[in-house]
Design a protein around this ligand. Structure first.
Ligand code: ADP
Ligand code: 5GP
Length: 183
């Protein structure tokens, strides 16, 4: 089973994915996407993302290297490489995707029953703001852009197979484990 994780930025998607990687060692691997945004914090090329130029991104579109891609924020492109699925599955692991809501819905359509799509939901927009500000690695301007987009992203929730509300962290982890263990 492939798992597709989507959420408004700051809802705790990375926290959820890291929980899975630690709880089930060797079982999953996160697909590394391409992006045209600059690295933030301690991000490393090839680990969190392949950080590439817009020109390089366009070249890869032309070469048909992406299973899906989106302009997630104005001028910033993100895309999933077909080669990532092959790389992870040939290593005998299950693929995890961390993509935006449109990318998630597209991937689910493409992958069908091979994938479970999971929407991570913040308890409220106010809490989302607190978490983004608390993370301390995103500019005030980017935080406003992400919050403005969050309401729109939340409207995609009904299109997902499963929903996890990330209010109390331990309860969210429990819900996630139940999905993975097919309970
Ligand atoms: P995303 O990957 O969706 O952008 P993160 O996983 O980076 O979100 O979470 C955003 C911030 O909120 C981080 O600082 C994280 O530690 C914090 N956070 C995540 N889940 C919770 C929670 N249930 N309660 C409080 N803070 C949380
Ligand atoms: P961030 O800049 O915070 O790392 O990511 C911004 C958004 O882009 C997140 O919602 C993330 O899930 C999404 N994203 C990351 N990689 C991809 C991808 O390959 N495709 C799509 N459609 N969205 C992606």
């Amino acid at each position: 089973m492939i798992y597709i994780f989507c959420a408004p930025s700051g809802s705790g998607k990375s926290t959820m994915v890291q929980h899975l990687l630690q709880t089930y060692p060797g079982k999953f691997e996160l697909s590394v996407s391409c992006t045209t945004r600059p690295p933030r914090g301690q991000e490393v090329h090839g680990r969190e993302y392949y950080f590439i130029s817009v020109e390089e991104f366009q070249k890869r579109i032309a070469n048909n290297e992406f299973i899906e891609y989106e302009q997630v924020y104005e001028g910033l492109y993100y895309g999933t490489l077909k080669a990532e699925i092959e790389r992870i599955e040939s290593a005998g692991k299950q693929v995890l995707f961390d993509v935006d809501v449109k990318g998630g819905v597209n991937l689910k359509h493409i992958l069908g029953d091979a994938a479970t799509s999971v929407f991570i939901c913040p308890p409220s927009i106010e809490e989302l703001r607190r978490r983004l500000e608390g993370r301390g690695d995103t500019s005030a301007e980017m935080i406003e852009k992400r919050l403005a987009k969050a309401e729109y992203e939340l409207s995609f929730k009904p299109q997902f197979d499963r929903v996890v509300v990330n209010d109390d962290l331990d309860k969210a982890f429990e819900q996630l484990d139940a999905i993975i263990e097919n309970k």
